[in-house]
Design a protein around this ligand. Structure first.
Ligand code: GLA
Length: 399
């Protein structure tokens, strides 16, 4: 087991056995990963830059097509089976895991992909509520499970966008495209720098002697979606005010730090700080890509610390446990840089650590965080993993 996750063969067997008990032996298996974002936080919905990597925690789904329009889905995490008709998908979010399944089915049908009924068995390895994108991994895995066995070909980019729409409309979070994109396009061994406006991306190999160590504060970010939507609204308000002086800007992506400072007085103080985070973070992603490509993990690490400070002070989406994890990391073995990752208000930090020190780093972080808070953190030592795929891998699935 790595990070408490079973080897893929065992998970495959487990799913086959469960599916066999419930629905029979004819099935295919799909999986989509969670992610960690190395840098570029709260920039995706500002048309900016992000740099996530997929991590080796997957949502797995065994699936078979049915001849009718009924979806039956069993979640082994919730030990619950839901049944609904593809002809009755509408309705507000129910705050239930089935919202994701219903939402994906509804958005794909709405986009003209006529689905068939299906039987699904879902198994998830992605920690829930930890900011590692369990939602997007469930959406993307569901999208494959509902389309591939039914013989419906959906290009990957469209698939990622429809999954984002499902989350926006059926779950209620106004998330950007980052999580669904990396779950769909991640490549093992690489981080992915994405331009969230053009949706062009570049894979940047992460050197083999580095690890992405994820430290879970164990503070759940459950109540974060109200704050998240408020931050989005702050950014939109900033763009509206700045556009009076900078005609033609469409998003904070179009604003440079010099322009922002020039029109500082046109913005309420809080809105100014929100904008300053986004504008400076976009630049940090571009700088971080250069640092990673040129073999400068120290430079990359400095940008991670700066990103964290900006998220803490200007964007105000950190919390004391995340700040503590970053501070403890800064004096732990093998560290280059640390920051909160994901939406914030709890969840995880990401740490860039020299591989040979990863075990010592993990041990020291576990000890010092528990001493300070009484909470035992979960710590995962990760390398960039592969995005969504049929399992075992089928070459033809990506388009
Ligand atoms: C969540 C959202 C993403 C992104 C991050 C913050 O993970 O789902 O779209 O906005 O927060 O960077």
């Amino acid at each position: 087991m790595i990070n408490g996750v079973l080897p893929p063969e065992s998970t495959g067997n487990l799913l086959r056995a469960r599916f066999g008990e419930m629905f029979g032996t004819d099935m295919r298996i799909f999986r989509a990963p969670g992610r960690v974002n190395l840098i570029g936080e709260h920039t995706d919905y500002n048309d900016g830059f992000v740099m996530p990597a997929a991590i080796g925690f997957y949502t797995w789904i065994a699936a078979a097509k049915r001849e009718d329009r009924i979806l039956e889905a069993y979640s082994d995490h919730f030990e619950e089976k839901i049944t609904f008709s593809l002809d009755a998908l509408d309705g507000p979010p129910r705050k239930h895991w089935s919202d994701f399944i219903r939402g994906v089915a509804a958005t794909f049908e709405g986009a003209g992909h006529k689905l068939a009924g299906a039987n699904l068995v879902i198994h998830t390895e992605v920690p829930l509520g930890a900011g590692l994108s369990s939602s997007a991994s469930l959406e993307v895995a569901t999208a494959l499970a509902l389309t591939v066995p039914a013989g419906i070909a959906v290009p990957r980019l469209e698939l990622a966008k429809l999954c984002q729409a499902a989350e926006n409309q059926y779950v209620g979070a106004r998330c950007g495209i980052m999580d669904q994109f990396i779950a769909s396009f991640g490549v093992s061994g690489s981080a992915l720098m994405l331009d969230c406006r053009s949706l062009e991306y570049q894979l940047i190999p992460v050197p083999r002697d580095l690890r992405l160590v994820v430290c879970n504060s164990m503070v759940r970010h459950e109540h974060a979606s109200g704050e998240y939507n408020r931050r989005r609204a702050d950014c939109e308000a900033g763009v509206k005010l700045l556009a009076q002086h900078l005609p033609g800007i469409r998003a904070l992506r179009d604003v440079g730090i010099a322009d922002l400072d020039k029109y500082k007085d046109a913005l309420p103080e809080t809105i100014y700080r929100r904008c300053r985070h986004v504008v400076s973070e976009n630049q940090r992603v571009l700088d971080a890509a250069k640092a990673l490509e040129s073999g400068d993990p120290d430079g990359f690490g400095r940008l991670m610390y700066a990103s964290h400070a900006s998220l803490r002070d200007d964007y105000e989406v950190s919390c004391k446990e995340l700040d503590l994890l970053v501070e403890l990391a800064s004096s732990s073995p093998g560290i280059y840089g640390a920051r909160m990752t994901g939406g914030g208000f709890g969840g995880c930090t990401v740490n860039l650590v020299r591989a040979e020190h990863a075990a010592a780093f993990e041990a020291q972080m576990a000890r010092t965080y528990q001493q300070a808070t009484g909470i035992a953190p979960n710590i995962y030592v990760c390398e960039p993993a592969q995005g969504a795929e049929a399992w075992p891998a089928e070459r033809s699935l990506r388009s």
